[in-house]
Design a protein around this ligand. Structure first.
Ligand code: NAI
Length: 330
């Protein structure tokens, strides 16, 4: 089995190369370029391609993969909102993902962002480096005995519920499905109730057509004044212009974002030498209460090793022709 890996960094190559010794019949070629309609042609001669969160697996990309006889798309991530699933299905290409590699990795990062935004750690770090030991503008509030509202209680949301519970917070949650493992530590409420009661709101649902821009002017107005909002899920859950309007209206005590709408050209790239023309990111970062990281929630040793292991097991599953819970298009 020959697999072309797109959009790889040295840490991807390290984690996969380590696992590969258990899969001698799998041959991997690592590419730096991401998978798009312009790079899909490179898949000629490969049985499978492996892509990541910001790959552009739209209609034309899938058509080219099909023309090149690619039979398997391996997503080395949980999300797949960047894939044209209908076209993938039409051409009988199988697509397998890694649904839960380390929920705690993302949930712990969500709490890190919540704490950093609340206690202004991003500002405190810079101040102390400049020998400014004053506390002006650094005052936060206790999470203890406040209310955490968790939107989406799958694997990551459930881990976040447990963390917030451990902080001594009252935890409320909104999800279309209720997770029985959270009985006794979180109470399910409607989205409106969650918005109006929470001091900390953390988003953990996948991006779908139904929840695109679920955080918008109308839903922001329903939130408590002084709320902390954290998004480690997908950028387009939040309408950025409305978020900026809300920040300007002093709605938020803090905002922590690991994902944001215009992240695609930025994710995992060093653009420090570039002059960015229209950067909403820069506008968001101009606010003292906003903390942004670049899609690093998943980025722990444990998660990378689990991603490599599950992706290569997905290859085995494909080769054996078995069904799998990791199928995106079952
Ligand atoms: P999961 O599939 O275990 O759970 C998602 C939950 O969201 C499910 O319980 C589902 O019922 C619920 N849901 C779906 N639509 C909803 C809606 N409109 N409102 C409320 N709940 C809704 O997924 P998991 O593993 O917990 O991942 C959640 C998301 O986190 C992923 O879809 C992905 O977008 C994001 N993610 C971010 C990472 C990062 O590095 N920042 C890494 C991995 C995942």
């Amino acid at each position: 089995m020959k697999i072309l890996f797109y959009d790889t960094k040295s840490y991807d190559q390290d984690s996969f190369t380590r696992e590969l010794e258990h899969y001698p019949d799998i041959e991997i070629k690592f590419l730096k370029a991401d998978l798009t309609k312009n790079t899909a042609e490179l898949s000629h001669g490969y049985d499978a391609v492996c892509a990541f969160v910001n790959s552009d697996i739209g209609t034309r990309t899938v058509e080219i993969l099909h023309e090149n006889h690619v039979k398997l798309i391996l997503m080395r991530c949980a999300g797949f909102n960047n894939v044209d699933l209908e076209t993938v299905k039409k051409y009988g290409i199988r697509i397998l993902r890694v649904p839960g590699y380390s929920p705690e990795a993302v949930a712990e990062h969500a709490m890190a962002l919540a704490l950093a935004a609340n206690r202004r750690l991003h500002k405190a770090y810079v101040k102390v480096r400049e020998n400014d030991f004053s506390l002006g503008s650094l005052m936060g509030f206790n999470f203890y005995q406040k209310t955490a509202g968790i939107v989406g209680t799958g694997k990551i949301g459930a881990a976040m519920v447990r963390i917030c519970h451990g902080f001594g917070m009252k935890v409320i949650a909104y999800d279309v499905y209720h997770n029985p493992s959270l009985a006794g530590i979180a109470d399910y409420v409607s989205l409106d109730e969650l918005l109006s009661q929470s001091d900390l709101i953390s988003l953990h649902c996948p991006l779908t057509d139904d929840n695109y821009h679920m955080i918008n002017r109308e839903t922001i107005q329903k939130m408590k004044d002084g709320v902390v909002l954290v998004n480690t899920s997908r950028g387009a859950l939040v309408k950025t212009d409305d978020l900026i309007e809300g920040i300007r209206a002093r709605k938020f005590f803090g905002v922590g974002l690991d994902v944001y709408e215009e992240e695609t050209p930025n994710v995992f790239e060093d653009r420090s030498d570039e002059i960015l023309e229209h950067s909403v990111t820069a506008r968001l970062l101009s606010f003292p209460n906003v903390m942004i990281t670049s899609h690093q929630g998943f980025f722990t040793r444990e998660a990378l090793s689990a991603i490599a292991c599950t992706t290569l097991e997905n290859v085995r599953t494909f080769e054996r022709g078995e069904a799998s819970p990791n199928d995106v298009n079952p």
